[in-house]
Every structure is written in structure tokens, then in C-alpha cells.
Ligand binder design. Sequence first.
Ligand code: ZN
Length: 208
Amino acid sequence: MATIYSATEPDEGPEDLPGREVDLDKIERGVRLILEGVGEDTGRAGLQRTPRRVAEMYAELTAGMREDAREHVRALPGDKHDEMVIVKDISFASLCEHHLAPFVGKCHVAYIPKAGRIVGLSKLARLVETFARRLQVQERLTSEIADTLFDGLKPVGVMVVMEAEHTCMTIRGVKKPGAITITSAIRGGFRKDSRTRAEAMALIREKE
Ligand code: ZN
């Protein structure tokens, strides 16, 4: 029997205050250059605070660069649960490192604990958030979540599935709105055991 949790929203934002170790002034100067580059008048009213706002936005969207993801995968003491745990529909937003364009979607995390080592459910959402809030490619993002959970918790197996829409594909370039990229990373027991893998996939796919 598996335990399924649905997480439509991560419970809270990153602990680190964005911008703490970010050079906001430098980003601001860069944004001003972009505005000039596209032919804008940086002095007009609507754009006056734009460079600062954009700098603050990038600080927030890269906050995961200044966090240690391993902190989110410490095992809870004294638990005995050894059945599959799935947290699905963890929403995330990340920035593709090729275009600095957002890609947005959902992450599903499944793992089978070993020796009762489990992690708090909200911590899984934090783990996803920490890696998502960096400049990423979806494949690496997926692997980093799986590897950190696998190394930190030493479970029997880990499976991470991510589905996302990449705005660099949907609003520019090939312009394929609605195209969804799906990636997965499978570690440990899930690799060998196709039935357990199928069970996890079925639970992830199941709609309430
Ligand atoms: Zn891209």
C-alpha cells in the first residue's frame, strides 16, 4: 500500500531572504542596458522602477542558489513507515539557463523508505523549490532532486517525475503553446523493479 499526498501548493517560500548575497545594483545596470538595447526610453514613467523590480525578481527566482538543499532531507527520528510515499503535484517555477525564460509545472516525488527513515512532507516541496530557484535545465533539475533525496535519506528507491511548459518553447522560437516536457529520474530499487515503478506512475497519473 502506498501513501499518497497531494500538494497543490508548497507550504511556504524559501527561508533565505532573496537578495541577501545578490548584487542588485549590478542586475539593475544590466536591465537598464536591455531596455536601451530594445530601444526604450529608460526615463519614461512606467519604466522608472523597472530595473530595480527586475533585479529583485531575479534575486527571488535564484534564491535556491544560496540555499543548501541537503538541509531539507534530514530523516525524521523515530518513524517506522516503510511503504512507498508519493507527494504529487508540487508546483514549481524555474528559469531555463539558456534563455532566462520561466518554465513552470509540477513535480511528483516518490520514494520507498528504508529502516523507517522518512522526511517531512513539506520538506519535499522545499527540496523541489530550492533546486527550481536556480538557473536550470529540466533534466538536471529532476536528477538533482532525485540524487539529493537518495543520498540524504538512503531510501530503497526514489522516483522523480517533472512535467513543465517551457516559455522559451511556447512563446518564442518554435512557438508550440501547450507543449509539455516530461522528465524522470529513477534511483535505487525503482530501477530494477518495474512493477513498483508502474505502481508509482499509476498513482501519480491518478486524478481525484
Ligand atoms: Zn530555454
